[in-house]
Design a protein around this ligand. Structure first.
Ligand code: APR
Length: 323
């Protein structure tokens, strides 16, 4: 059976979830890569051995990558590469320490992507996601449509969940999305949220909506506060799979994702040459369209704050990488 090839760099919590979902849906053969000796191999075998029960012929392979890029040659021919490699903040580490540590990790992964599979579609998951997508972009230098971050799908899923639970309706009937940086100042876009076509503001009082917005923004933090060691990975794994599926099946899903903003559209968004979450159409050519949001003045203000925080980190990365 001939299936597309998806490589996942970083076989941790999120990476292995992504691999499992892709395999269950028989979207692709999956190749896992990790620095921890045997981790990618063990997890890929474990996932593959469950596939007979799902009637999926996806195959999985795992590779331990070395400090000099050992085994990365197996990225060759990937249709899509998902980068989840990174580390979580440890006690005593500042946000900046984490930023530079993950820049180093994503840079080394990206250098190997560039070397072995520069034409693949790339989805970046490592946090801070908008910045890590930018880092990978600067190293690999792919066409802008071929690289994107994952955040918006995850945040939108959280927003939809909380609205559905509050109203006691099916999640299927809630249309909602989140734009901006994938951080504390992300923007759940309330004005375009609807339930079976009815605007959310007709269904809930402002205070309730404000609570849902705050909970969505803190969705990742809420989960960390329960897990204590580690962060969310079930919904992130599903969110990546939604994007992979839309590319492989050319489904043209309209979701939000950190996409490269530049040119005329960049001018509209006040962003030049980096990635912030916006509504996009995802198909076989990656980001096939970026949609303009007709901001009201107060929405524009929120957007500018969020985009300027992403820009501060872009400047730090530029200085750190001398680019
Ligand atoms: N090359 C390949 N893999 C690496 C490298 C590297 N240079 N450095 C670290 N890794 C691997 C780790 O060994 C680990 O298995 O990346 C994996 C990260 O997995 P977890 O620590 O389990 O983290 P996870 O929960 O999967 O989150 C990964 O996604 O959502 C974001 O904030 C999250 O940045 C984090 C990333």
């Amino acid at each position: 059976m001939s299936l597309p090839k998806v490589s996942v760099i970083g076989a941790g919590q999120v990476g292995s979830m992504v691999a499992e979902h892709i395999a269950i849906k028989e979207l692709a053969d999956v190749y896992l890569f990790d620095v921890v000796d045997g981790a990618a191999k063990g997890k890929s075998l474990d996932i593959m051995e469950g596939m007979p029960h799902w009637k999926s012929d996806s195959t999985l392979e795992g590779y331990t990558v070395g400090p000099n890029g050992e085994n990365y040659e197996n990225l060759k021919g990937s249709d899509i590469i998902v980068i989840t490699a990174g580390m979580a903040r440890k006690p005593g580490m500042s946000r900046d320490d984490l930023l530079y540590k993950n820049v180093d990790i994503v840079k080394s992964a990206a250098e190997n992507v560039k070397k072995y599979s520069p034409n693949s579609m790339i989805i970046v998951v490592t946090n801070p996601m908008d910045i890590m997508t930018y880092t990978a972009y600067k190293i690999i230098k792919p066409e802008g449509n071929k690289i994107m971050g994952m955040g918006g799908t995850l945040d939108s899923g959280r927003f939809r969940t909380f609205v559905a639970k509050e109203l006691g309706v099916s999640v299927e009937d809630v249309t909602a999305f989140v734009v901006g940086g994938h951080g504390d100042d992300m923007i759940p876009f309330v004005r375009y949220c609807s339930v079976g076509g009815i605007p959310l503001s007709d269904l809930l009082p402002k205070e309730k909506i404000d609570q849902i917005v705050a909970r969505t923004r803190n969705g990742g933090g809420e989960i960390v506060s329960y897990l204590k060691t580690g962060s969310a990975y079930f919904a992130p794994g599903i969110s990546v799979t939604v994007m992979v599926e839309s590319i492989i099946k050319n489904r043209k899903r309209v979701i939000t994702a950190p996409a490269l903003l530049h040119g005329e559209l960049g001018k509209y968004y006040g962003v030049d040459g980096f990635f912030v979450g916006v509504p996009v159409k995802i198909g076989k050519n990656g980001v096939e369209e970026i949609y303009k949001l007709n901001f009201l003045p107060e929405e524009r203000k929120l957007w500018d704050i969020s985009a300027s925080h992403v820009k501060e980190n872009v400047d730090k990365v530029n200085a750190y990488l001398h680019i």
